[in-house]
Design a protein around this ligand. Structure first.
Ligand code: PHE
Ligand code: FE
Length: 280
């Protein structure tokens, strides 16, 4: 992550909140083509694997294979649905800037698209991860509220409780890499999974990773990997339950978390309830 001053050299028009213009008209046909490749590849495997809420959001936002979405148009639809907007940023932004955007129902998204040789792995979130991966869940009213609450909570965690690590783990294991148990079976909803072809299959069907029933304190004590597929995923029973468990004052929990164990990403505890992989 870079400072505003450093980013100004590359993006002279950058604003104090780190947003820039998307300049949708500047995408080349080759860049739209990369979006198409990624989009089509995901749509071959997401039905029956992604949560209905995700697929429903994708449809309501009219995200299509043909072109990288125009953030202004997309935001007008999203705003009508749940009051969220998508704003362009050059790269990862500082925590307080990120939280402030979320708290005001703005999702900061990278505007660049990965190179053809990076279809399966990128170091920084691009427009496919940020928009295809994140925007559909913002259509879901409960998840939309959860994300705003997370932004507000992030600000408190940062300034009052110094508990950013714990709170970041909650984001990681829900928003980015969450699984949900539905009447039709295990599904994915985390943006990092739904935007990755290989991890979509791995997270649901591979026998290797742990699929652990979501428990707030357990999650907040668990480290995560940023360099490979997750060793553990956490499974929520519903978005309502996720919201109920998190929409409370974390002050007491943050105090509890100051003492006690931290778990390694792949660790399994006797108290964990484990889910079986989805039948392939
Ligand atoms: N309840 C949290 C707090 O008191 C805020 C929060 C809500 C965090 C929802 C994450 C998700 O700080
Ligand atoms: Fe993300």
């Amino acid at each position: 992550m870079q400072t505003l001053t450093a980013l100004k050299a590359l993006h002279p028009e950058i604003r104090a909140d780190f947003t820039i213009e998307q300049h949708w008209e500047r995408y080349t046909q080759a860049e739209h083509g990369i979006w198409r490749t990624l989009y089509e590849r995901q749509m071959q495997i997401l039905p029956g694997r992604a949560a209905d809420e995700f697929l429903d959001g994708l449809k309501k936002l009219k995200l299509v294979a043909e072109r990288i979405p125009n953030f202004a148009r997309l935001s007008d639809d999203l705003q009508r649905l749940t009051g969220w907007r998508i704003v362009a940023v050059p790269s990862l932004v500082p925590d307080e800037i990120f939280f402030d955007h979320l708290a005001h129902r703005r999702f900061p998204a990278g505007r660049f698209i990965r190179k053809p040789e990076q279809l399966d792995y990128i170091e920084e979130p691009d427009v496919f991860h940020d928009v295809f991966g994140h925007a559909p869940m913002l259509v879901h009213p409960v998840f939309a509220d959860y994300m705003e609450a997370y932004g507000k909570g992030g600000m408190r965690a940062l300034t009052e409780f110094h508990a950013l690590k714990n709170l970041a783990r909650l984001y990681w294991y829900t928003v980015e890499f969450g699984l949900i148990e539905t009447a039709k079976g295990l599904r994915i909803y985390g943006s990092g999974i739904v935007s990755s072809h290989a991890e979509t299959l791995y997270a649901l069907e591979n026998p290797k990773p742990n699929r652990i029933r979501f428990e707030l304190e357990r999650v907040m004590r668990t480290e995560y990997r940023i360099d490979d597929f997750q060793e553990s995923y956490f499974v929520i029973p519903s978005f309502d339950r996720l919201f109920d468990e998190t929409y409370k004052d974390f002050a007491a929990l943050y105090r509890t978390l100051q003492a006690g164990p931290t778990y390694r990403p792949g660790e399994v505890l006797a108290s964990d309830a484990l889910a079986a992989p989805k039948a392939a």
